[in-house]
Design a protein around this ligand. Structure first.
Ligand code: NAP
Ligand code: ZN
Length: 347
């Protein structure tokens, strides 16, 4: 299939229009015409090869929503015209114990990312900064027409990546939850923790985001650069979702956990984290991590969002604004997710 997208040809070249071929859809595939695609900080890490091993040409984008334009003969849950989403995963082995348990991101053969990956047939995958995508039905989600479609796009990565740990660590109305970093992931973590009934504390380096954090559901906002404010909350939280994209002081957040509390990293800075053993043994704390989420729990998250009218707060932009958007994301200056408008994609 002939496709048009925006690609980076190397870690230093700007994203530019790119014509390429996608595989022809097979019997189990769904073809989705892309109406909107969110800009995740992971796109920037990978375009700039900050994690190493990037594959070019790279068409980023894994927060994809649109409508179905074709389905294979074995596809049962979608028909032409349906709204549909594709997230971070497009192939897994489906037979290992993790896949069978619905934990496909942890597939023991290795999950295939929507872009910057090779599928099991050895072909480079291309993401959602493009006009369409072909994906097996198992990795395509149903989207409710009740929600603003552009604002649903970020749920496919920022949404599920924060929903999954909150559910896994059983956050509910009895929990005291911290969210570190008010960006794309952070603002979804805040909305979900609040919606699940938890007492929620937002940590930010940006004083200017305080009022937004309160509006988004925070019970309290802590400026993490203020040692007095940090000391006041020491030993008070059960669970923290750390959504920060750059290296930062982990011990400062471990100190906020009470007995048996866990600090879950979802942010992926390009440097190892250093944690003091004393910060961990105090209060029997755990340091853990979580990667996106399984297919079934992603659909459950989307259905929960439809029932509770939860979407991302977005800035809708055209493809011509991509370089500026990347710079602003890196500066922490986005409220709170950029979404590309597919109508502005031109070759
Ligand atoms: P984002 O929108 O850029 O948000 C990151 C936030 O971190 C910023 O808004 C800022 O919040 C804070 N921050 C940035 N630089 C900082 C610094 N030097 N020190 C302290 N705080 C800083 O990014 P995102 O799209 O939410 O992604 C966040 C991270 O999650 C990225 O590393 C991304 O690759 C990763 N990620 C992981 C998964 C997974 O499966 N685990 C999935 C998707 C993304 P304040 O202004 O409030 O301080
Ligand atoms: Zn992402």
């Amino acid at each position: 299939m002939k496709s048009l997208g925006y690609a980076a040809q190397s870690k230093t070249s700007p994203l530019a229009p790119f014509h390429f071929d996608r595989r022809e859809p097979g019997p189990k595939d769904v073809v989705v015409a892309i109406d909107y695609c969110g800009i995740c900080h992971s796109d920037i890490h990978q375009v700039r090869d900050e994690w190493g091993g990037s594959l070019y040409p790279m068409v980023p984008g894994h927060e994809i929503v649109g409508h179905v334009t074709a389905v294979g003969s074995d596809v049962h849950t979608f028909k032409v015209g349906d709204l549909a989403g594709v997230g971070v995963t497009v192939e897994t082995c489906m037979v290992c114990e993790n896949c069978k348990a619905g934990a496909e991101p942890y597939c023991m053969r290795g999950m295939v990312g929507t872009y910057n990956a090779k599928d099991y047939a050895g072909n480079l995958t291309y993401g959602g900064y493009s006009d369409c995508i072909v994906a097996p039905e198992h990795y395509v989600y149903s989207i409710s027409p009740k929600l603003d479609l552009a604002a649903v796009a970020p749920l496919l990565c920022a949404g599920i990546t924060t929903w999954s740990p909150l559910r896994h660590w059983k956050v509910d109305k009895n929990s005291r939850v911290g969210v570190v970093g008010l960006g794309g992931l952070g603002h979804m973590a805040l909305k979900f923790a609040h919606s699940l009934g938890a007492y929620t504390v937002q940590y930010t380096t940006s004083e200017g985001k305080r009022n937004d954090a309160l509006k988004l559901g925070a019970d309290e906002v802590v400026l993490s650069k203020d040692p007095e404010a940090m000391a006041k909350h020491a030993g008070s939280l059960d669970f923290i979702v750390d959504c920060v994209s750059a290296p930062h002081d982990i011990d400062a957040y471990l100190s906020q956990l009470r007995l048996n509390g866990s600090l879950c990293l979802v942010g992926l800075p390009d440097q190892p984290v250093a944690a003091s053993p004393f910060a961990l043994v105090t209060n029997r704390r755990s340091l853990c991590g979580s990667m996106i989420g399984g297919m079934k729990e992603t659909q459950e998250m989307l259905d929960y969002c439809a029932d509770h009218t939860i979407v991302a707060d977005i800035e809708l932009i055209g493809y011509d604004k991509l370089p500026e958007a990347y710079d602003r994301v890196v500066k922490g200056d986005v409220k709170y997710r950029f979404v590309l408008d597919g109508k502005t994609l031109k070759g």
